[in-house]
Design a protein around this ligand. Structure first.
Ligand code: SF4
Length: 98
């Protein structure tokens, strides 16, 4: 599974590059927007993060970047957005949890 880890690392790196090149701010209920750095806010905007996924089966809860501690959690850290996101949320980097 070393190639899977490398692929994920490269994917996150590319997404971080997009974040550096674009963006502005998006507010989130799982975090105090005033506590987010401008770079994290920019990442959320550029990846079109939303608190509510259009398709429930494509929510953060089912994303490989969502670091869910237990199934009942409403919020958890996202590796891509480097901040807490909603389990019901979604962004353009959604990747099915394997
Ligand atoms: S990458 Fe996007 S879809 Fe996946 S957990 Fe983070 S915010 Fe949610």
């Amino acid at each position: 599974m070393a190639s899977c880890g490398r692929r994920k690392f490269i994917t996150v790196g590319l997404r971080a590059s997009v974040w550096v090149l674009t963006g502005s701010s998006v507010r989130a209920a799982c975090v105090d927007p005033d506590e987010l750095s401008s770079s994290v806010q920019s990442m959320r905007e550029s990846l079109e993060y939303t608190e509510m996924a259009a398709e429930a089966n494509e929510s953060c809860r089912h994303c490989s970047f969502f670091k869910l501690g237990n199934p009942e959690q409403a919020c958890a850290p996202c590796e891509v957005l480097a901040s807490a996101v909603s389990a019901a949320g979604h962004c353009m980097s959604w990747t099915k949890r394997s």
